[in-house]
Design a protein around this ligand. Structure first.
Ligand code: SF4
Length: 497
């Protein structure tokens, strides 16, 4: 292309060029995406959608939609087009936009405390370099634990979650106990709503631990990767089988704390990819009514074992869709079962409310919703950030817990990250039809592509989310109200009538 052609190409065209149709409505901001061979979905600024025949977005832009057409009223009512330059009900749209982003009002809610790096397992996908059970130098100090808790109470959020992680946090139960007691003491003044969560492999419960958990209303989150052969291969434990111990731990916790006080999380390894049905059946057999078909995260020590932990996103998507189809069929047959990630996306698609799932938010969950206090006093922007740090990459370290709240949460690093944490401003996402339902994940893109912005055409985060969201719309298009009823039951976490 010579210089003359470039000049011609870049010249602004006259306004008449865009007035090709005969109708005089005004366009409001919306985006679109192809759903299948016949349909596309139009999505407005607050995530309202219309599934329409392919080519409709072009017709709208060319002012070819006639006010006698049925779709005309839908487009007006849902703020895709307007008969005035500024619609009369623009304030309603503004209120709805504020509601969608209202998770920002409260700022950081989830505070993760890594109380110990010690662990009694050696899972090959573990993202941190856990150390053996007796290395007490890898426990958080009381001084750092207290400083972290004091920061936690500086958040403007009225409702906070204090989550204990490891390694295996219950190997440092003295620190967990101290943390909960100190938080309760400070809360006598602050009066916030606190949820305590312990993420544990459920193999080290004692009467003392479970009695303390019952007394303080602690929620337990454990790991269960599916049937024994799969779980034990993913989560080896020297000298014994992890699966049997986890099942005993789950039973014990249910008995002492109540059935709903213990949830399970699975990680999809290369081995898991062939067994979606077996994994779901195992969750059902063990009394769970939900499952998160969660892909492995490309962080830290997990990547040391490429063969077991690294697979193409397409293989994961096949696994997810096969699992989702099976779960939908179970619901059609009258068995209530929920897939958690789909439900997060559905809440964004089908409700006007914000969703506080930190991995799928814009602005991203880092700092805005989550912060991590590590065992050595370092403070990280997300859980995944501390996993990078275990490989000596401290890009997302915000500072030390003894630093001021302002420098940690509003300092130079936080300001720098803010350039990359809104998908509204990222190349590729800015004009994506699924922007309202998706998120930004600068840590993932840094870890997988080497920079915080990332490149969407080759991004695994983008490939995964774009296809999952498209697949959900395809299901809604093909199955209509039948599937919407099931999806609403997942959103409300209540079986259909
Ligand atoms: S990550 Fe991909 S699917 Fe998500 S908003 Fe950006 S371009 Fe769209």
């Amino acid at each position: 292309m010579d210089a003359g052609t470039i000049k011609e190409f870049r010249k602004f065209k006259s306004i008449d060029k865009y007035n090709t149709g005969t109708n005089t409505y005004f366009l409001l901001p919306f985006r679109f995406h192809q759903v299948n061979n016949e349909k596309e979905v139009l999505v407005n600024e607050v995530g309202d959608f219309l599934i329409v025949p392919i080519g409709t977005s072009t017709r709208i832009a060319n002012r070819q939609i006639n006010d006698k057409e049925e779709i005309y009223a839908d487009l007006i009512a849902n703020f895709f087009i307007s008969e005035k330059p500024i619609p009369d009900l623009i304030d309603i749209l503004a209120t709805r936009y504020r509601t969608k982003k209202s998770f920002l009002d409260e700022f950081t809610a989830l505070h993760i405390f890594v109380v110990s790096l010690r662990c009694n397992h050696s899972c090959h996908y573990c993202q941190v370099s856990r150390v053996s059970e007796n290395k007490q130098d890898f426990d958080i100090s009381i001084a750092d634990l207290k400083a972290g808790i004091e920061h936690m109470f500086r958040t403007p959020s009225s409702s906070i979650t204090m989550e204990f992680q490891g390694g295996e946090p219950l190997l440092a139960f003295d620190k967990v106990k101290y943390g909960i007691q100190y938080a309760n003491l400070l809360n006598e003044v602050h009066n916030k709503e606190i949820t305590f969560v312990i993420c544990t492999n459920a193999t080290v419960f004692s009467d003392e631990i479970l009695e303390f958990c019952a007394q303080h209303n602690v929620v337990i989150s454990t790991s269960l990767d599916g049937p024994a052969f799969l779980h034990n291969a993913n989560r080896p434990k020297t000298g014994t089988k992890s699966y049997e111990m986890v099942m005993q731990g789950i039973e014990l916790a249910r008995e002492k704390l109540g059935h709903d006080k213990i949830s399970a999380l699975m990680t999809t390894t290369t081995l898991s990819l062939d067994y979606p049905i077996e994994i779901i059946d195992n969750y059902i057999e063990n009394g769970f009514s939900n499952i998160f078909l969660r892909p492995i995260s490309p962080y830290g020590f997990a990547l040391k074992n490429i063969k077991k932990n690294h697979y193409q996103t397409q293989r994961y998507l096949d696994f997810y869709k096969k699992g989702l189809d099976y779960i939908i069929q179970l619901n059609k047959n009258g068995h209530f079962m929920v897939e958690d990630y789909t439900t997060v996306v559905l809440k964004k698609i089908l409700t006007p409310f914000p969703v506080s799932y930190v991995d799928l938010q814009s602005p991203a969950g880092m700092i805005n919703n989550v912060v991590v206090f590590n065992y050595d006093g370092s403070v990280y922007a997300t859980d995944e950030s501390r996993m990078l740090a275990e490989n000596q990459d401290f890009t997302f370290k915000l500072g030390h817990v003894q630093d001021s709240y302002h420098s940690l949460f509003y300092g130079e690093k936080a300001q720098y990250f803010s350039k990359f944490w809104s998908n509204e401003t990222l190349a590729g996402c800015a004009d994506c039809g699924f922007q309202a339902y998706c998120g930004a994940d600068p840590v993932f893109h840094y870890a997988s592509q080497g920079d915080l912005e990332g490149f969407r055409p080759t991004s695994d985060f983008c490939t995964k989310n774009m296809e999952i969201i498209r697949h959900i719309f395809d299901l809604i298009d093909r199955e209509g109200n039948d599937i919407i009823k099931i999806f609403n039951s997942w959103i409300n976490n209540t079986p259909q009538n």
